[in-house]
Design a binder for this molecule. Structure first.
Ligand SMILES: [Zn+2]
Length: 379
């Protein structure tokens, strides 16, 4: 009997690692999270080129939507965001803005399509203001997903910053039920903050002057992100409607490009747009800050999905929870195209997503009629 106890004691002394490993597996849960991005859709919902009046395989959310469906099939935990510039940019957009569409359906067809795809949140782009603030507010009312922007404030006509009020919700904390890698359901609090290039205030002066003011992106984020952390955000995603470089005619360049935002402590992931480029881009030269080969900006996973739905931004993350905190173990960023080139020929990778095609059919016919009438009106 004594002999057995001694053997057991010896065994536990010789193989303690096994026990620790088992506990560690429990202690440090890991999960895979896939974050999807569209940006600068400019009302290109269908794969239709209204300038040349023909179908195209090169753009259109109806095609990106099929990539979204595929990306969701391959991964259980996914989030979908849009980074702005949705309601201006083609004949469909002009038709909606110049007709009574919003009054008889209450939903902008661009947002109606995005509702079908179940976005988690979106931010505002500069072109959202092109038809005026009232049209924008009426349009976003029809979206089934929240909009966030932190650096657009109501212009209260005084010079005190302390009493300034945000024009939109500056951020949101999404409570997402996710599945860990060992099959346990957990709650992940995903903080989402929105930021826009302040040059919007100059470009859309006729609609924005004396109504709103737009502040520095980096400074605003530095003020807001700690609040999000306090509210329990496990991970913070920044939706940034600004390119890699400050807009050239912007007076206050410092703090107003994506690189500056990526320096803000607490921001974990960056989805950006506005400049219609790709990040990461194959073959593009990297710098110390902007690394196409790792898909990171200042060490943070980032993506930019081109424009008009020609790419889907994808960031795959592996997260680990240690001492109550989730952190990023691994990341992979991809700007996935909707076409590929085979023997110098453009070939579609996906076909259009039928629910969007069907839902858009009447709006499309009305847009074609609108174009005909407007051509006839011209002298
Ligand atoms: Zn833009």
């Amino acid at each position: 009997m004594k002999k057995n106890i001694i053997i057991l004691l010896l065994m536990s002394l010789l193989f303690p690692v096994e026990h620790v490993c088992g506990e560690e597996m429990e202690k440090y849960p890991q999960l895979s999270l896939r974050i999807l991005e569209t940006t600068d859709l400019h009302s290109h919902i269908l794969d239709f080129d209204y300038v040349n009046k023909r179908r195209t395989i090169e753009f259109g959310l109806s095609r990106t939507a099929s990539l979204i469906q595929q990306a969701r099939k391959d991964q259980l935990n996914t989030l979908l965001f849009d980074v702005g510039d949705v309601i201006k940019g083609n004949a469909l957009a002009d038709y909606v803005a110049s007709s009574n569409v919003l009054y008889y359906t209450d939903i902008h067809p661009a947002y109606k399509s995005m509702n079908l795809l179940k976005y988690d949140a979106a931010t505002i782009g500069n072109h959202e203001f092109n038809y005026g603030i009232d049209f924008l507010l009426k349009s976003i009312q029809g979206a089934d997903f929240p909009f966030v922007n932190a650096n657009i404030y109501v212009d209260d006509q005084n010079n005190y910053d302390q009493d300034d009020i945000h024009f939109f919700s500056p951020y949101i904390i999404l409570n997402k039920n996710i599945m860990t890698n060992n099959g346990k359901e957990m709650l992940l609090k995903v903080g989402v903050i929105g930021l826009i290039t302040p040059i919007t205030a100059q470009w859309d002066k006729e609609h924005l002057e004396n109504k709103v003011k737009i502040k520095n992106m980096q400074e605003t984020a530095e003020e807001i992100v700690p609040k999000m952390k306090k509210e329990g955000a496990d991970i913070i995603i920044a939706l940034v409607h600004a390119g890699l470089h400050s807009d050239n005619d912007l007076k206050e360049k410092k703090g107003n490009n994506v690189k500056d935002v990526s320096k803000v402590n607490g921001i974990d992931v960056i989805l950006y747009g506005h400049s219609h480029s790709l990040f990461p881009k194959k073959g593009e030269r990297s710098s110390l800050q902007v690394q196409h080969h790792t898909g990171k900006i200042n060490g943070k996973p980032a993506v930019q999905a081109g424009f008009w739905g020609n790419h889907l931004g994808i960031i795959d993350l592996t997260l680990e929870k240690k001492a109550g905190k989730w952190s990023i173990l691994e990341s992979k960023s991809t700007a996935k195209p909707i076409i590929r080139i085979i023997k110098e020929k453009k070939v579609p990778i996906v076909s259009p997503y039928q629910p969007i095609e069907y839902m858009m059919s009447q709006y499309h016919r009305d847009t074609i009629d609108f174009l005909k009438k407007n051509i006839m009106k011209q002298p």
